[in-house]
Design a protein around this ligand. Structure first.
Ligand code: ADP
Ligand code: ZN
Ligand code: MG
Length: 481
């Protein structure tokens, strides 16, 4: 196995979340009744002329910038000619030698924990084809149906350099790519609905060999896990072919999830098979400096940069930063709430350890949490001000999760008792000091951290009701005294 090195490059198609299609005014929406969002343009009826959707250009540009691409000032649409029943025009409007964007990258974590920069060859605009429906009709055994609603849906295709070396890196690349696209808001990246689709190209070569081997392309794998599994299978298969003296042939293959293997689909077409030529019905696409600057302003803080900033700002672990930035919407809600609090770090802490911990234990998602962001801020502030102890906080959260109630309501009702009477706390401290002479000796011998032991013991003796700030202060006073 270690004799060989896999080489992987990914092609990802992403549907853009525009209201209308790429070249006509039809609604761009998943799930409409078949053949209801269609018109002469997207059906390719004779004489119908395409008009480019400005929003699609904006979204493609936004995606390109987020992927650190250079955006071409003048790009050209081309016809990619092929016959297929779901392509009534007989060609797809795409971009060929002058795509809107090139030379980008994404940083991806690798097995040893370091980051690796994966090149993005190009991101080009094109339109989607319709869909052949092979199942679900009473006569599906003998008939195929066509739904042309998807014809003309705007896409960007993002092509990576052959820089990936393991199925895991490919998985990470896709995860990061999807996250970036979701943050920019250009696509919902819903793989079940086909808004994000991936073709995986893979070859193997002897380690250290100067040239790449012949690649196979695994088409349309519909989850990132399956991409990883398909690549693992395909790498094994190709190694076996080479080991047994054969040659890998350039072809398209299909992933069969049920069997966990790929099948040969067809020999791979070459670019010249498509007889690309410039689309005569569309002028060159000009992306002006002004448009580019305006679009750049719409770029949000991207996930990786946001994690780096939040790790510093809220003193988070890498893992916690991932949890908080899982979606832009969630990260925004957290940060907006944290800003209103007395101590944003504490909000992060309460959210992650108290709420996050309970959600995890119950197998619940954030959106199903009984405790709102407002509730978390209130809890963090009460803790910060010493109005409740951390033990009381835990008890209150237990009630929230038991009764499926938000924190403010539970707090109002239960209003936990607090002992703020110094002499009452002092007498508890005296008892604990009297029963733990060894720890007193340690403290007085210079081991100041033992104070924490006393705080804990007294808090326990007070049933979690001692005012934490006062307790801390009095413990030190007593021990020093
Ligand atoms: P094609 O013309 O067959 O579509 P491209 O050169 O356009 O091939 O590359 C398509 C994808 O395949 C890209 O993501 C690229 O990185 C990847 N790729 C190219 N050559 C190889 C190879 N030998 N092994 C693995 N991946 C490759
Ligand atoms: Zn249309
Ligand atoms: Mg290609």
């Amino acid at each position: 196995m270690a004799k060989y090195e896999p080489v992987i490059g990914l092609e990802v198609h992403v549907q853009l979340l525009t209201a209308t299609k790429a070249f006509c005014g039809c609604t761009n929406q998943f799930g409409s009744a078949p053949n209801t969002n269609i018109c002469p343009v997207c059906l390719g009826l004779p004489g119908a002329l395409p008009v480019l959707n400005a929003k699609a250009v904006e979204f493609a540009t936004l995606a390109a910038l987020a992927l650190h691409c250079e955006v071409r000032e003048r790009s050209i649409f081309a016809r990619k000619n092929y016959f297929y029943p779901d392509l009534p025009k007989g060609y797809q409007i795409s971009q060929f030698d002058k795509p809107i964007a090139e030379f980008g990258w994404i940083d991806v974590p690798t097995a040893d924990g370091s980051m690796k920069r994966i090149g993005i060859t190009r991101a080009h605009m094109e339109e989607d084809a319709g869909k052949s429906l092979h199942d679900g009709f009473h006569d599906s055994g003998t008939h195929t149906y066509l739904d042309l609603n998807r014809c003309g849906t705007p896409l960007v295709e993002i092509v990576s350099e052959p820089d990936l070396r393991t199925p895991e890196e490919a998985f990470e690349y896709l995860t990061r790519l999807k996250e970036i696209l979701l943050y920019t808001g250009v696509s919902d990246c819903n793989m079940e609905e086909g808004s994000l689709r991936c073709d995986a190209n893979v070859s193997v070569r002897l380690k250290g060999a100067p040239k790449f081997g012949t690649k196979a392309e695994v088409k349309n794998v519909n989850s990132f896990r399956y991409v990883r599994a398909a690549l693992e299978y395909e790498i094994e298969r190709q190694i076996e072919v080479v080991e047994s003296g054969g040659r890998v042939i350039q072809e398209s293959r299909l992933w069969n999830a049920a069997e966990g293997r790929t099948y040969s689909m067809r020999s791979k077409e070459q670019a010249h098979d498509y007889r690309y030529f410039p689309e005569p019905d569309l002028p060159p696409l000009i992306v002006s400096a002004e448009f580019l600057a305006e679009t750049r302003k719409k770029l949000p803080e991207l996930p990786e940069a946001r994690r780096v900033r939040m790790i510093a700002e809220y003193e988070l672990t890498e893992q916690d930063a991932h949890t908080l930035t899982a979606s832009r919407e969630f990260a925004d809600r957290f940060e907006a709430a944290a800003k209103t609090s007395k101590n944003p770090r504490r909000v992060a802490n309460v959210l992650l350890s108290e709420v996050g911990g309970r959600l995890k234990a119950l197998g619940l998602e954030q959106e199903n949490s009984p405790v709102s962001m407002t509730g978390i801020v209130l809890a963090a502030d009460l803790l910060e001000e010493g109005k409740i102890s951390s033990k009381q906080l835990k008890q209150l959260f237990d009630v929230c999760f038991e009764k499926n109630e938000d924190f403010p309501a539970v707090y109002e009702r239960e209003k936990p008792q607090q002992i703020t009477d110094a002499s009452a706390i002092e007498s508890l401290i005296d008892q604990v000091i009297a029963t733990n002479p060894k720890q007193v000796e340690q403290y007085r011998g210079g081991k100041k951290t033992v104070a924490g032991f006393f705080v804990g013991q007294v808090m326990k003796a007070s049933k979690g009701q001692a005012n934490p700030a006062l307790l801390n202060e009095l413990v030190v006073k007593k021990l020093e005294g």
